[in-house]
Design a protein around this ligand. Structure first.
Ligand code: FMN
Length: 349
């Protein structure tokens, strides 16, 4: 498929992070089915990172997300240009080089990654002013210095995201949303200390997905070029949600940390299946079909025969309207709707 002029294998890409930290790791991602290879961000200085720098918030699980205090690549940019991009490109999968941060740094690095064979550039706006003027300035400077497509990666702290998207549209070929959310503080209560080597870190994984969906949806209202959604995607259905909000492709980081590089192909396969099952011929058609608005819930919910009487809805109902014994919902129901999504077997509609 085509993404702003770049031929990608499927819409599930790597994201800048530890899962794209070197040529060798990117080769693993290519073998694992990634549709294109977005690389770890490089800057004109190599990063100095405190350790530990990545942690699961809930021991052993991805569901509460991860925190990290990584910045950009610890490998110097010269090594990326001389070696790492070429290794990734040897996979035959298109490489999108992530670079940062100021206009001067982008103008310095942009032509170098283009010469090294990158098919596109993603520039991170994480550590620069999020004012519309400065975002326009960096986008314009980079655009004028290279001839390959460029994508602006937006941080969730960006205010007036629609205005930003509108303002940078003439200078970019696409937008990537979102970077990690924060700063946040995650604590190991037993050890009485932060989980990371830095006191504050950045949140990724499933908890940030609703924030990412909202931002992608807002951007798609005003921005007519491709949007790449990223944040909390670990299944095909997560990717489908981003498409419904206007994304053309997605990136995956935390799920690849947790599940390993085969996750890209797995998500791409599940997305394809979801698209087919929902009656569309391709992912693009799912995107074009758009998200329906939720209708007002005018009736109280009903409990179906597949109810297993587990009791979760009865316990959760804030107005004590549910009787699991009788499988009824009384008139004290306020139609909050919580029972519908808390039911583990979808027995309430
Ligand atoms: C440990 C770690 C390091 C990251 N490093 C970068 C980076 O160098 N550049 C960048 O633009 N985003 C970086 N990110 C952000 C991811 O690319 C992605 O935007 C974010 O984690 C949300 O996606 P996810 O929920 O799939 O992880 C990093 C994320 C993590 C978890």
């Amino acid at each position: 498929m085509d993404l702003a002029g770049i031929e990608i294998r499927n819409p599930v890409l790597t994201a800048a992070g530890p899962t794209s930290q070197s040529g060798a790791i990117l080769l693993e991602a290519a073998r694992g089915g990634a549709g294109a290879l977005v690389t770890k961000t490089i800057c004109t200085r190599r990063a100095l990172v405190k350790h530990p720098n990545i942690a699961c918030i809930q021991q052993g699980s991805i569901s509460k997300g991860m925190v990290n205090c990584e910045t950009w690549s610890e490998i110097p940019w010269e090594q990326w240009i001389e070696k790492e991009y070429a290794i990734a490109e040897s996979s035959g999968v298109k490489v999108i080089a992530s670079i940062g941060y100021t206009a001067d740094e982008l103008v310095f690095l942009g032509p170098k990654v283009e010469d090294a064979g990158a098919s596109g550039i993603e520039f991170s706006t994480h550590y620069i002013s999020k004012s519309i003027g400065s975002l326009m300035e960096v986008a314009k400077s980079l655009k004028e210095s290279v001839s390959i497509p460029i994508f602006a990666k937006i941080s969730p702290s960006t205010e007036n995201v629609k205005e930003v998207a509108r303002a940078i549209e003439p200078f970019v070929d696409g937008i990537v949303a979102i970077n990690t959310l924060g700063p946040v503080l995650a604590i190991d209560a037993r050890a009485k200390r932060p989980l990371l080597g830095e006191r504050y870190g950045w949140l990724s994984g499933p908890p940030i997905k609703p924030v990412a969906l909202r931002i992608v949806s807002e951007i798609s209202e005003v921005f007519k070029k491709p949007i790449i959604g990223v944040g909390g995607i670990s299944k095909g259905i997560d990717a489908a949600e981003f498409l419904m909000c206007g994304a053309s492709a997605v990136e995956v980081c935390t799920a690849a940390l947790y599940w390993g590089p085969n996750i890209y192909g797995k998500i791409a396969g599940e997305l394809e299946e979801f698209v087919r099952e929902s009656g569309h011929s391709c992912a693009e058609e799912l995107r074009a079909s758009a998200l329906h608005e939720r209708e007002e819930m005018t009736k109280k919910p009903e409990i179906a025969d597949n109810c297993t009487a587990c009791g979760i809805c009865e316990r959760a109902c804030p107005s004590r309207a549910i009787s699991i014994e009788k499988k009824t919902v009384s008139d004290s129901c306020t139609r909050c709707g919580l029972c519908i999504t808390i039911c583990p077997v979808r027995a309430i509609a």
